[in-house]
Design a protein around this ligand. Structure first.
Ligand code: G
Ligand code: G
Ligand code: NA
Ligand code: MN
Length: 254
């Protein structure tokens, strides 16, 4: 109950802040973009991670509202990078299944891109594969509309759901992010290596880009490079960082 009141305050007093984890080109090491990860700057407890408040927001049906806040902040930041620093890099924003099932979403995003005067390749959206998508046809419609706006969509945590293959067949996504559970067992487990290799070639066969998430060692990186994954993300490359640090990295590689 106390947490619920505090979370309502968090929206009113703008206490959500964004951290950014680089998505790196496997071939060049160049930072192509960043995944946006929300934090809560709690007035007395300090910076809180999503695990501590997303479940409560979900129970309160406030996930779509959080995602709208995160999306607006992300577009504002990427627009500053784009206009003040002539830096084009994308921000990849996580969408809760509820927001992703909102038929108004593509139109609202189109308006926001106009408002911030940025091209669609400044934004990428991540949807979770493991969460049941309630209305598959609506999902397909929303994704098709996003596709015609040229906004990239990534299927997150790929391989963990019950219907990975069925989603892959039906949903017009541009990228898949192989779940970190497969990446983390690459070195010990030949089965994981076979699975990651097979997922990569399947996705490539369907014309999709492959991202390996949760890279924690150079050995894991070597595996996914060998399998042809295009992008990588993980603590061994970069941890989630602040906006200031993200901009520094972008300016350094310019
Ligand atoms: O940063 P961290 O490892 O604590 O994130 C934990 C989880 O929270 C991840 O699954 C991530 O996808 C999710 N998450 C982080 N930020 C957002 C957000 O802005 N919106 C949604 N829907 N999920 C997020
Ligand atoms: O569910 P999603 O894929 O959005 O999760 C993103 C979360 O994964 C972030 O909270 C981020 O902190 C975490 N993460 C990113 N890289 C690594 C990693 O190399 N290892 C582990 N264990 N978690 C990671
Ligand atoms: Na994600
Ligand atoms: Mn993921």
């Amino acid at each position: 109950r106390k947490l619920q009141l505090e979370l309502k305050d968090a929206f009113e007093h703008d206490q959500f802040v964004l951290h950014f984890q680089p998505l790196v080109s496997v071939n060049t090491g160049h930072i192509n973009g960043f995944e946006v990860l929300v934090r809560w700057q709690h007035p007395t407890e300090g910076l809180m991670s999503p695990a501590m408040f997303l479940p409560a927001l979900e129970r309160m049906n406030l996930m779509p509202q959080l995602d709208r806040v995160v999306l607006e902040k992300s577009l504002s930041i990427v627009s500053q990078w784009y206009h003040h620093y002539q830096y084009s890099s994308y921000l990849s924003v996580n969408l809760s299944p509820l927001l992703f099932q909102d038929p108004e979403l593509p139109v609202r995003i189109e308006q926001q891109l106009k408002k911030y005067d940025i091209p669609p390749d400044c934004l990428q959206l991540e949807i979770v594969e493991s969460t049941a998508i309630q209305d598959i046809q609506l999902g397909v419609d929303v994704l098709s509309a996003l596709k015609s706006l040229k906004i990239a969509v990534a299927l997150d945590d790929f391989g963990t759901g019950y219907s990975s293959m069925s989603y892959l067949r039906q949903l017009p996504v541009d990228k898949i992010k192989i779940d970190r559970s497969f990446i983390q067992s690459l070195e010990e487990d030949a089965t994981s290596a076979s699975i990651v290799k097979a997922i990569s070639s399947l996705a490539h066969g369907l014309g999709k880009t492959v991202v390996a998430e949760g890279i924690e060692s150079p050995e894991q990186f070597a595996f996914i490079k060998q399998f042809g994954c295009e992008e990588a993300q993980g603590f061994d490359l970069y941890r989630p960082i602040t906006e200031e640090r993200a901009l520094e990295l972008l300016l350094q590689q310019k």
